[in-house]
Write a protein that binds this ligand. Structure first.
Ligand SMILES: Nc1ncnc2c1ncn2[C@@H]1O[C@H](COP(=O)(O)OP(=O)(O)OP(=O)(O)O)[C@@H](O)[C@H]1O
Length: 265
């Protein structure tokens, strides 16, 4: 036995048998049904599935915005169930970044003030070098004094990405981050997300309906009726489209690759 071997890398996100039920006994909805998955650091995961399959619920439970009915979520080694509401809010602010379809920028604030807002909310003083590096990374160094209204949609989403990156979070969760953008601008934003994984080792989890967007990820996980029914590694647009068509037409989901536990290269 080799005693000098490194221990296996701890996944940055780990869901174990997570279920989320809504409603009461008479109108019970199982939005997530016994989902287990591990996501490793510096990976880009896309979450796909038909409407109502549980994608948003998955994202909300994984990011500590919602609490599972049963099962556990560990994020960056922390069991989210162990955190009370206030600590969970602090944890989210410090360790998780969010990028939404609607960019959710504050219109009265400049680019730089929008980007540094999470740090200031956390009571930290933004480090100039970090802020400059992040603005450079998203290609907005020359727009730091602009207001969101003076920017294009793609530029606004890049501000939102810079705001998510600036706390150097364990994970960035994206909910249709390119849903409001035209094809070319979406490609630029996806490229930026991809680069943040490859260059600075960011971990990203993104819900999307778009096979083209999903193909930027390292892995696509497919949900149907709240269940994790398959994964695709190093997906191509064609493969993702094919899997979505299978799900859409409800042909045999067993044709999909079975989900693996603790998957990654
Ligand atoms: N707060 C809630 N109360 C009751 N039912 C809910 C609630 N949130 C979600 N659901 C139900 O849970 C299921 C999964 O919803 P979810 O929003 O996670 O799906 P989704 O895959 O993100 O859908 P879409 O692609 O349409 O956004 C759906 O049947 C939905 O109606």
């Amino acid at each position: 036995m080799n005693g000098t071997q490194d221990p296996p890398a701890q996944p940055v996100v780990h869901l174990e048998s997570v279920s989320r039920l809504y409603g009461g006994p008479k109108n019970r909805v199982t939005a997530l049904d016994n989902v287990s998955i591990s996501l490793e650091r510096a990976t880009f995961t896309a979450v796909m599935g038909p409407s109502g399959s549980g994608k948003s619920t998955f994202l909300h439970c994984a990011a500590g915005l919602d609490r599972p009915t049963s099962g556990s979520v560990h994020l960056d080694g922390v069991d989210l169930a162990s955190l009370r509401e206030k600590s969970l809010t602090k944890f989210r602010r410090e360790r998780i970044g969010f990028v939404f379809q609607a960019f959710n920028l504050l219109p009265a604030l400049s680019v730089v003030d929008n980007v540094t807002l999470p740090l200031r909310l956390a009571g930290a003083r933004p480090k100039k070098a970090v802020v400059n590096a992040v603005l450079e990374q998203v290609g907005l160094s020359d727009k730091r004094r602009s207001r969101p209204g003076e920017l294009s949609g793609g530029q606004q989403q890049r501000v939102a990405i810079a705001r998510a990156l600036v706390t150097q979070p364990a994970v960035i969760f994206g909910d249709e981050p390119t849903g409001a953008l035209d094809t070319r601008t979406a490609a630029e934003v996806l490229m930026l997300l991809r680069q943040s994984v490859d260059v600075v080792g960011q971990t990203i989890v993104m819900v999307t309906h778009d096979p083209v967007a999903a193909a930027y990820a390292d892995r696509v996980v497919f949900l149907a009726d709240g269940r994790l029914i398959g994964t695709l590694e190093r997906p191509t647009v064609e493969q993702v489209t094919e899997q979505m068509q299978k799900l859409g037409t409800w042909s045999d989901p067993s044709q999909l690759q079975k989900p693996e536990h603790g998957v990654r290269r």
